[in-house]
Design a binder for this molecule. Sequence first.
Ligand SMILES: Cc1cc2nc3c(=O)[nH]c(=O)nc-3n(C[C@H](O)[C@H](O)[C@H](O)COP(=O)(O)OP(=O)(O)OC[C@H]3O[C@@H](n4cnc5c(N)ncnc54)[C@H](O)[C@@H]3O)c2cc1C
Length: 381
Amino acid sequence: MNIFSEEHQIIQETVRDFAVEKLDKVAEKMDKEDYFPLELFREIGELGLLGPTIHPDYEGAGADYITQGIILEELSRISPAFALSVGAHSNLCLDNIFRNANEIQRQKYVPDLVTGKKVGCLALTEPNSGSDAMGLKTTAVEEGDFYILSGSKTFITNAPIGDIALIYAKTNPSAGGKGVTAFIMPMNTKGVTTGKPMEKMGMRGSLTGEIFLEDVAIPKENILGQVNNGRSVAMSGLAIERAVLAAISLGISKTALDISLKYSSERHQFGKPINEFQLIKEKIANMYTETQASHFLVYWALSEIETNHNANKESCASIMHASEKSTIHALDAIQILGGYGYMKEYKIEKFARDAKLLEIGAGTTEVRKIIIARELIKEIK
Ligand SMILES: Cc1cc2nc3c(=O)[nH]c(=O)nc-3n(C[C@H](O)[C@H](O)[C@H](O)COP(=O)(O)OP(=O)(O)OC[C@H]3O[C@@H](n4cnc5c(N)ncnc54)[C@H](O)[C@@H]3O)c2cc1C
């Protein structure tokens, strides 16, 4: 069953060609040196792949969230780290800004993000607020035509190279989640600094960093949505973010299966290809079945998101399954390759390190389970 339209298939081929011909050449350097290929990022911007869901009036492709998923899946088959940075830019930052911005903000910020002239990030997480995102401590105090932001953010994808941040701060600290406001913050604003990229287990080359805010004056015109309504802005993007990023896990599973199939047909032990051993066959059969399940879950959740941006249980189910299985698949592929799988040269160990992130970022597996159960229970009441 092919769930993709002709337009989807054209995008899929375009991204696949780019990933195989260009991204593959730098994937190892990205992992080894924590190097982000900004030139390739700008190139896919020129190909129109950074703003798939943005209206053509703002330079976007005017396509759907399935298209965004296809782009991330195909990039992830070669470099999950590059896909993560693109996802953080295109969806967490750009799509979120586009959906919530007023006309002046759209004109000012969206086109440069769509073309890749500017790099975007989303800054929600803080050292003491992760899963409890609305427990954030960064403050924004009103002063004339500005809000003065103070605090810090951590684990922010693209922060070290970011030009524009969608950032959350408390404008009414005593009101909890009802006192949060979203701002569009140019990263070159006085008082904004970023630390060095954080050293990570995987997803290397996707630069992750802290953001420090020392009396940062952001004009009121940069408020995204309404004052004290940042929670709605954040929540409006969370289900979309999960549905979209699940495609990165799917790409990892597909690569794990490809590598396993190829290697097990070429490697001989006891006088025959190892794919003739039943215990290897079992791994391959499980990998195939679970990857197909991820595929249909991912694109089903993305099609649900298209009509309902709050499709929380669908997006949580999709990313929960795809991410947990992709870690298992990458580890099983290492097992199929034996000692060679443990060597960097065979590339699969990197995918195992990358895969784990999707069980943590965009809300952890545990939080996703809570959301799925909560919604189902609510529906029967
Ligand atoms: C590489 C990377 C990139 C990231 N990129 C971004 C980004 O671009 N922007 C951004 O804002 N954030 C980003 N994050 C942050 C990410 O969203 C958080 O790490 C995630 O939400 C978890 O928060 P935490 O790390 O503080 O863990 P915690 O919330 O401290 O959780 C620790 C453990 O407790 C569990 N736990 C917490 N609450 C519950 C509960 N109620 N019930 C059961 N178990 C619970 C968790 O599941 C987890 O196992 C990124 C993180 C990483 C690692």
